[in-house]
Design a protein around this ligand. Structure first.
Ligand code: 5GP
Ligand code: MN
Length: 321
């Protein structure tokens, strides 16, 4: 068994009251792994509270989780906090931080350079998703991935692997997906439900952004930008930007895609790369993080400056590679 897993399994067996949380602005892996962990602990007869400072984004409202996802601290204090898909303690948000310092924390993650901020840490940089790690826990604890547990793990798998297309898709990932399908999940209806969340406004806003996409670094970098003005004019919002950065990565000859979004705190950036180009290294320069081929962060500067800064940093990374 993986060395860090055994004490975690023992701790889960011996403890009753858990709080499970994942990173702010959750994606499919953050939500999927958190909800799956909730199902797993409930199947073991444990008390469990789910927490996410941002709550559940509307594009995931179809999940309609039966267990509430709290955005404020619960009155009932847990014995142990399980932190999922957070590359650093900051990714948990602001609200829960005091508890992270004072309670037993199990940190389960797959980001590069996780600083192991937990009391117990299980970090697998090669794992496709934290959902895959929760699936491994389910097997070890003898809980089959049927029903909701299977759906939540599957959501995490397809979200972080780009429907099993990205470099992080391993034989083990597909074997876990196969196991879930054998236990009854139907991928067609599941994908339809997951994808059918867009609006015409969203589609047209994305069209406008794509029309203004630009090439840089001699055709090796694509850049797209979402401004607040655009959101207001088209009746859309930050959530409607999801995934467009992956689309512009697939321009011929492009190795890195940059997506910028105006937010209250500054410019949120998303980076995607092909092959061995490491965009986590670029994000880390600006206090962000992620994986080799997918990373992000925030720059507290105006849009024009964020564009110039990121194009320069990405070009330097490409020239080094
Ligand atoms: P996305 O571009 O989809 O927001 O995120 C891509 C990857 O980068 C994800 O693994 C995500 O966890 C990570 N990431 C995105 N934003 C941040 C950030 O502000 N800080 C850190 N440490 N990681 C981030
Ligand atoms: Mn993840």
């Amino acid at each position: 068994m993986m060395p860090h897993l055994k004490p975690i399994i023992e701790h889960i067996r011996e403890t009753d009251n858990f709080l499970v949380l994942s990173h702010v602005s959750p994606d499919g892996d953050a939500l999927g792994s958190m909800l799956a962990m909730g199902e797993l602990l409930a199947a073991l007869g444990k008390r469990v509270t789910l927490f996410n400072e941002s709550g559940i984004p509307s594009r995931f409202s179809w999940l309609a989780p039966k267990r509430e996802i709290l955005t404020a601290l619960p009155e009932n204090e847990p014995d142990t906090i399980i932190v999922l898909d957070c590359g650093s303690a900051e990714r948990t948000g602001e609200v829960i931080r005091p508890w992270l310092a004072s309670k037993t924390v199990i940190n389960i993650d797959h980001h590069l350079g996780n600083p192991k901020f937990g009391t117990m840490n299980w970090i697998e940089e090669r794992s496709s998703s934290v959902g895959e790690m929760v699936g491994i826990l389910s097997r070890k604890l003898g809980v089959p991935m049927v029903g909701l547990l299977g759906e939540y793990v599957y959501l995490a798998l397809i979200s972080d692997t780009g429907d099993f297309c990205f470099n992080n898709t391993r034989p083990e990932t597909l074997e876990m997906a196969a196991e879930i399908l054998r236990l009854g999940l139907l991928p067609g209806p599941f994908h339809e439900q997951k994808q059918s969340t867009g609006t015409l406004n969203q589609l047209q806003m994305r069209g406008e952004v794509l029309r203004q996409a630009s090439l840089h670094a001699g055709g090796r970098v694509t850049l797209i930008a979402f401004t607040r003005e655009l959101f207001e004019r088209t009746g859309t919002g930050p959530e409607d930007t999801e995934g467009l950065v992956n689309t512009v990565l697939y321009v011929r000859g492009v190795q890195v895609a940059v997506s910028l979004r105006e937010e209250d705190k500054g410019i949120k950036f998303s980076l995607r790369s092909k092959g061995s180009v490491n965009v986590q290294a670029v994000a880390a320069l600006f206090g962000g993080g992620g994986h080799r081929n997918a990373a992000g962060g925030t720059l507290e500067v105006p849009m024009g400056e964020a564009k110039a800064t990121l194009i320069r940093a990405v070009t330097e990374e490409l020239d080094r590679a």
